[in-house]
Design a protein around this ligand. Sequence first.
Ligand code: IMP
Length: 199
Amino acid sequence: MEKFVLASHNKNKLREMSAILSQLGVEVVSPDSLGIDVDVEETGTTFEENSLLKARAIMELSGMPAIADDSGLCVDALNGAPGVYSARYGGGDLDDMGRTRLLLENMRGQSPRTCRFVSVITCCFPDGTVLSARGECEGTVAFAPMGEGGFGYDPVFFVPELKKTFAQLTAEEKNARSHRGRALTLFRTKLEDYLKTKA
Ligand code: IMP
């Protein structure tokens, strides 16, 4: 079984990535389980740049294939904010609920409420190979948080076709349509091709 290190301490990302990549015979382990305790500075201005920065740094530290997800919520009426700054929206002191409340405040009176989640998955291998895939998922910013599942902005990410927020979906339902699920599906095809060339 291939073993990849996740370039993140986010347990929710680890759970979502493991669920999808285990189908490919890939085990995803946390950096903490290898005694790696660094926070890679996200100095890039695009999801692609930050995803690569994280994957490369953890690959170099671990000597193992490292996989990173850089993701965020882009809201049209806020010119794409919070975007790459989704995890730090409102400064470093807010928690998920605080950031969600701030977003709802900033959306008061705004239209349209259209938005998208974006995820860029990058995997860096010790042989220098870099595989990358982007996934997006369209929705609208709900008027109030709904649901208990998921994490981050899930309670206010409303999917019009389902009339539910991401936080009201099961993990399987979310993975089937989410930005991360889509990026991982594309990544999976690229990974299969790469593993074939190695075999
Ligand atoms: P990153 O760790 O810099 O990629 O930060 C991503 C941030 O975007 C997270 O902390 C969340 O706030 C938000 N985010 C990314 N993916 C999701 C998701 O699937 N649901 C809810 N929020 C998400």
